[in-house]
Design a protein around this ligand. Sequence first.
Ligand SMILES: Nc1ncnc2c1ncn2[C@@H]1O[C@H](COP(=O)(O)OP(=O)(O)O)[C@@H](O)[C@H]1O
Ligand SMILES: [Mg+2]
Length: 370
Amino acid sequence: MNIGVLGAGQLGRMLALAGYPLGNRFTFLDTTGHPSAGIGEVMVDTDQQHLEDFLEKVDLVTYEFEHLPVSLVRAIEERKPVYPGSEAIRVCQHRAEEKALFDRLTIPTPAYRLVDSAESLAVAVRELGVPVVAKSVTEGYDGKGQAVIKDPAEAADAWRSIGHPRLIVEAFVDFVREVSIIAVRGRDGEVVFYPMAENVHVDGILRYSVAPMPDLDAAVQQTADGYIRALLDELDYVGVLTLELFQTRDGGLLANEMAPRVHNSGHWTQDGALTSQFENHLRAIQGLPLGSTAARAPTCMVNVIGREGEAAKLLAIDDAHLHRYDKGERPGRKLAHVNLMAPTHEALLEKVRACAALLPDAPAPRFSFE
Ligand SMILES: Nc1ncnc2c1ncn2[C@@H]1O[C@H](COP(=O)(O)OP(=O)(O)O)[C@@H](O)[C@H]1O
Ligand SMILES: [Mg+2]
């Protein structure tokens, strides 16, 4: 089975690494001109001239990047099976569509408004009350295209700094922690759920994910499972879906955003779960049975961003697993991650601190359960 992947970054690279043992081959279609997958066949297609070639080579198509023209994905769907389908891309690439779907399925979210001018932004800030987060409705990632507004007088500056014609403005959630739920739906509608992860973001970018969480109420996991199952079924989804949530003081969950693909907060599954998110995505899209999502041990994923640490030192930590992306160093760029495992969360935190101390740009690790 030759699997076509739209996008050619580290997520595609790790999909391929999980797919070779299954006998898969990979052809990537990169529309950015900056592929980094470094594996399989990479077709750079910045001028939309190579789609025919790509389609001739592949048996089915998936993607590792959702900011793609929906028309392109629909055109591909006419020719080859695409999993997850174009409807998932259409919804997940647009924050307003995403929120509308959450509302329709009665999945709670932070209060929000849609605005299309500096004036309507100022009105929304007054209605919601400060602080708020304003976000471009499309193209945002890793906290880009966002501004926190702490005073209605800052609205005009925020509007200019984001520079996008449509924004979503959200009440700023005073969360206890950020969490994510990853689930996989097979072609036959079977769904499996990974244990939720606690995610630590600094400046909008993910730095640490811990799963399973030491203090997670089973009822909270069930609530999250219910939310993501509703999304999967509504979209008739096939593959891995990720839902990011805020957990509030009363234990409740508010949906932040979702991603129709394997996700950075699921990288812990490569070493910490019986079946990784990458393998399960490939199983799902090929109509194969899904693998167990059970965790092997308390696991922490540490992102390596901007500058790399010394591999020999990182790997000297017991049960540490380094996953490098073969990318050049640049401030803010995701270059690698380290998965750490330990028998207890206490021992895990020791390792996380030791690992962070070896990474030049790592912020101090802090978790809600410490
Ligand atoms: N409404 C909000 N309240 C509090 N923090 C928020 C809110 N929205 C976003 N954030 C913070 O910004 C981060 C990035 O925002 P997110 O909407 O997930 O966009 P991205 O697509 O860049 O990941 C979140 O993980 C969270 O830390
Ligand atoms: Mg996010």
